[in-house]
Design a protein around this ligand. Structure first.
Ligand code: ADP
Ligand code: MG
Length: 271
């Protein structure tokens, strides 16, 4: 099944649950039907992430730095997984590969059934825009731009008409409890609110994968807990989430933890 078919499928199944329900934080019946939809999807669809012996070696000209070494990983549709490791262990390198911002030196990455090595740079950009929702430690919101326009921005690159962009952005913000903050700029929002805008922006395209890099790293513990609870809710709705962190407490939110050290992965073992 092609990537496009898969994207179509995901959107269609979320339409069944109600208008634009993807990413809803409601935990009522919608959660149940989305979870069972994810359950049946798991049986018939390829993994969201498949890394086959992926290595990434940085060539500085002087030395070669093996930042990832023969990494194998499968993440199934609907999983909530954390990748944890200390500074310098290869987390950012992993994030860049998983997010199609960088390519492996060797090995193969298959994202949502699509071998990434078969894509040219436009293809990679397309996959980033349609299949991956990014959540960053420092939120990466556009300054002097309203929450509504920030969340609508990724839809611009999909050619969605302006009226629909704004309607979908508003719906995403309302689901994250920011319906009263649509016209606030980042500087007028707390850190926790800015990160919720960031999560709304990640969800608005209905991506196959949500990739979060230290999403609570800049937040106080209360806001951090709220953001992690949001990820739990999204997981309950059938979303696939990969959370990258150095913090064992943050990793505990996930159902599955993979450790990274010196560019090598170990499943579930102690840090
Ligand atoms: P983390 O995000 O876990 O701190 P990184 O993925 O940033 O780890 O780095 C993994 C290893 O690769 C480190 O040894 C780092 O110094 C090295 N590295 C990262 N980026 C580059 C680069 N552009 N050139 C050379 N070495 C790099
Ligand atoms: Mg890093």
């Amino acid at each position: 099944m092609s990537l496009l078919d898969r994207i179509g499928k995901r959107s269609a199944s979320s339409d069944d649950d109600g208008p634009g329900d993807a990413g809803s934080t409601e935990t009522s019946s919608a959660a149940g039907s989305a979870a069972s939809a994810a359950g049946s999807a798991r049986r018939s669809l390829p993994p969201i992430i498949q890394l086959d012996s992926v290595s990434r070696i940085y060539d500085t000209g002087r030395i070669q730095v093996p930042a990832l070494q023969n990494v194998n990983l499968r993440v199934e549709d609907g999983e909530f997984m954390a990748i944890i490791g200390p500074s310098g262990s290869g987390k950012s390198t992993m994030m860049n590969i998983l997010g199609c911002l960088d390519r492996p030196t060797s090995g193969r990455y298959i994202l949502d059934g699509q071998p990434v090595d078969e894509l040219d740079n436009d293809g990679l950009a397309y996959v980033r825009g349609h299949s991956i929702g990014f959540v960053f430690q420092s939120y990466n919101l556009l300054p002097r731009t309203t929450a509504l326009e920030n969340v609508a921005a990724p839809l611009l690159y999909q050619g969605v008409p302006r009226k629909e962009r704004l309607a979908r952005a508003q719906a995403a913000l309302e689901r994250l409890g920011l319906g009263e903050r649509l016209n606030h700029e980042p500087s007028e929002l707390s850190g926790g609110q800015q990160q919720r805008v960031g999560i709304a922006r990640a969800l608005v395209t209905d991506p196959a994968l949500i990739l979060a890099d230290e999403p609570t790293g800049n937040l106080d513990s209360h806001s951090g807990t709220e953001v992690l609870k949001l990820f739990r809710d999204l997981h309950a709705l059938g979303r696939t989430i990969v959370l990258i962190t150095h913090d064992p407490e943050v990793a505990e939110s996930a159902d599955r933890v993979v450790h990274i050290r010196d560019g090598e992965l170990t499943e579930g073992a102690a840090a």
